[in-house]
Ligand binder design. Structure first.
Ligand code: DGJ
Length: 690
């Protein structure tokens, strides 16, 4: 709901539990009033009537109170907007008008020829904010920086910052620390979202998992980005964020051109970190992820089994075994195209390798369909190997600086997607590919960062950073429209491109290249703070784990770990014994039963993975599923009872595993024992309200 006060200068957005208010002062300053629990319009008006503190030469009265601080004038905070023309830099804007349409508030300002519109929209309890710049003047305007939003927190003491940091194969690790004066800057200057931080922060003062106030902000952008969290001199906290890492130039707006920033979404939750996560999950399932009401199938991916050593015959053998254990989608990973027999060649040539697939992909796709599964393939369209037909034909299509070395990470270069000829080439290749065989699924990878991001001959080359992402989005949108039954997975060497922007165009993400089931628990724990299980792909692979450290674990532990998201299998099934295949079939059958609850239910993190017992719980209607893992047992430390959440204390619950009936109040207040013992044990518990 969106309300405008009688003064025509105070606006209140209201969600099921939260409210957000802004006010335009008589001097034309846009003040942030409220973000927190629901309030009445009269409360917002009372807040608007409160005077700002006095200004004096060393502090600004506006700092920490403005909804969107621009560069210039009496402001010393980090500007959200920084623009320059041939004559001057900064913004002195005047309010023009406002519009309220379909629950969206548009506040229009103007500085000479530049129109600046601030957008606010409440979806569930998530406030979406973004900005449109519109050059109505005769001269070009350079946009050095245009953040999507600045968020202002209420006056409190002792703010704590939660972030999800990481690196390749160790993504989304949760860290929570106290804020101090100054700025904490998170971001990526790599051209993609990056493994190093998910573009998300949460702030609280004393919240727990299920109690207390939490503020969360998440950016929907898949290129370089920055979120700066500042504790200002008067201790107020503001968070500003948007596309691009630094302020050296995002784009140039010529006369008549406009630019829309990505969405920076924010929420307030009174239900602790768990409540905040459930609100994020519901928001993404309802408004962001395409077809989120359709559950994701169990997939098989051949990467860990075959590496680049692909043959049609081996893929058929894997497919037969995958079908026999209940897999629903069979995906051929890297190595099916061009001269791709290692990572040294072939990227860019999106035609089936004639030695490996003499009849193209269709015979294999038909075989897979004949086995009752969907068929998927891997691509990495934004890249090219120097050893490829594409590069030999168009060496100028890659990002590079004139006269400088081209950095080859993984023997590959980044195509300049800002170029229209590159966009058209990729569209033709991928559209042709998806039309050439019955392909149901595309795993879209991105395996190196930008380094030499130049564009010889282009007058404003730095625009390629943002334009690359815009071209990627446009290509995905075009492919989705032309091939509506194809699902897409976002992958970037595991979890290097996971954000609300890519998730609005893909059906799931590859969470991490680390498939070790124990390491995964920590990665999945962090991931769950922002994204739902419905998009979190997780594979069961071989033991000892082939990638990292060679940890040995049971199929039980590997399956229960991967069942916390979208279950997949990635082991070499041709080497699994009959007993292992039979056990895998049972686990997959069990997953299919609990899948609606896992993929659509409300998530409760019962215990974090910190060495002993950890567990998550999902609740959907009358159904509850608990997944529990015991890392290691120690003498004198029996695994504790798990206190469940989200149940009705007055109801009884039947356990499908044991047939026992538990009282809701007992499960909530005293918990249940899982019976886990030893090291790396795991269990699935299904409860149904009776
Ligand atoms: C990185 C991905 O994360 C892996 O799953 C696999 O697809 C490889 N790329 C293939 O090159």
């Amino acid at each position: 709901m969106l309300q405008t006060a009688d003064d025509g200068r105070t606006w209140l957005l209201t969600g099921p539990t939260s409210g957000y208010a802004v006010h335009l002062t008589e001097h034309g300053e846009l003040r942030h009033l409220h973000w927190g629990p629901r309030i009445e319009l009269a409360d917002a008006e009372a807040l608007a009537a409160r005077p700002l503190p006095d200004s004096w030469p060393f502090e600004s009265a506006l700092d920490g109170h403005e909804e969107y601080p621009v560069e210039g004038g009496p402001r010393f905070v980090r500007p959200a907007l920084s623009v320059r023309t041939a004559e001057r830099r900064g913004t002195e804007w005047a309010f023009e008008t406002y519009e309220t349409k379909g629950g969206e508030l548009r506040l229009r300002f103007r500085d000479s020829g530049l129109g600046i519109t601030l957008h606010h929209r409440m979806r569930g309890d998530v406030v979406e904010r973004w900005v449109t710049l519109d050059n109505r003047g005769p001269d070009a305007v350079e946009v050095l920086r245009a953040d999507s939003a600045t968020w202002t927190l209420p006056d409190r003491e002792g703010w704590r910052l939660s972030q999800l940091h990481g690196r390749w194969a160790a993504e989304s690790r949760l860290v929570r620390t106290g804020l101090t004066y100054g700025e904490k800057v998170l971001g990526s200057r790599r051209g993609h979202t990056g493994h190093q931080h998910l573009p998300w922060v949460a702030l609280d003062t004393d919240a727990g998992e299920e109690h207390g106030e939490v503020y969360g902000c998440a950016l929907g952008w898949s290129g370089s980005w920055r979120i700066a969290v500042a504790q200002l001199p008067d201790a107020r906290v503001q968070i500003t964020g948007g596309a691009g890492y630094d302020d050296s130039g995002l784009l140039r707006l010529r006369a008549g051109e406009s630019y829309t920033t990505p969405v920076f979404a924010g929420l307030w939750s009174g239900g602790g970190h768990g409540g905040a996560s459930r609100t994020w999950h519901a928001y993404q399932r309802t408004y962001v992820v395409p077809d989120a009401d359709r559950d994701r199938p169990v997939l098989y991916n051949s990467w860990e089994a075959t590496g680049f050593d692909i043959s049609e015959e081996r893929q058929r053998a894997l497919a037969r075994r995958a079908a026999a254990i209940g897999v629903e989608l069979f995906v051929v990973d890297d190595g099916w195209f061009g001269a791709r027999t290692s990572d040294r060649a072939g990227l860019g040539d999106w035609r089936p390798n004639p030695d490996r697939f003499p009849g193209g992909l269709k015979p294999l796709a038909d075989h897979v369909h004949g086995l009752g599964m969907e068929f998927g393939i891997w691509v990495e369209p934004e890249m090219v190997n120097p050893d490829s037909d594409l590069y030999r034909a168009h060496p100028d299509w890659v990002q590079h600086q004139p006269g400088r070395r081209r950095t080859e990470f993984r023997h590959q270069l980044v195509l300049n997607l800002a170029r229209e000829d590159v966009q058209e080439y990729l569209w033709e290749q991928l559209d042709g590919l998806l039309s050439s065989a019955p392909i149901d699924y595309v795993k879209w990878d991105f395996n190196r960062c930008f380094t030499d991001a130049g564009w010889p001959g282009e007058p404003y080359p730095q625009r390629l950073w943002a334009d690359h992402v815009r071209a990627l989005y446009a290509l995905l949108d075009r492919l989705r429209t032309a091939h509506p039954r194809v699902a897409f997975e976002s992958c970037s060497g595991g979890g290097g491109r996971i954000d609300l922007g890519i998730l609005s165009r893909t059906d799931q993400v590859w969470t991490s290249d680390n498939t070790d089931p124990l390491d995964r628990l920590a990665i999945q724990h962090g991931f769950s703070h922002i994204h739902p299980a419905r998009v979190m792909a997780a594979w069961v692979t071989d033991s000892p784990n082939t990638m990292l450290g060679g940890r040995v674990s049971s199929l039980r532990f590997r399956f229960v770990s991967a069942m916390a998201g979208v279950l997949g299998v990635g082991g070499d099934l041709t080497r699994w014994t009959e007993e292992e295949l039979a056990e895998a079939r049972d686990w997959i059958a069990l997953y299919k039963e609990i899948r609606p609850v896992v993929q659509r239910g409300g998530l409760y993190r019962l215990r974090p993975p910190r060495g002993g017992l950890s567990a998550v719980q999902y609740v959907l209607g009358d159904e509850t599923v608990v997944l529990a893992w015991l890392q290691a047992q120690h003498h004198g430390e029996p695994p504790p009872a798990l206190r469940l959440r989200g149940l009705d204390p007055a109801s009884s619950y039947a356990c499908r595993e044991t047939g026992e009936v538990h009282r809701g109040a007992v499960l909530l207040h005293h918990g249940m024992h899982t019976g886990l013992r030893g090291d790396l044990d795991a269990a699935v518990v299904r409860l149904c309200r009776i």
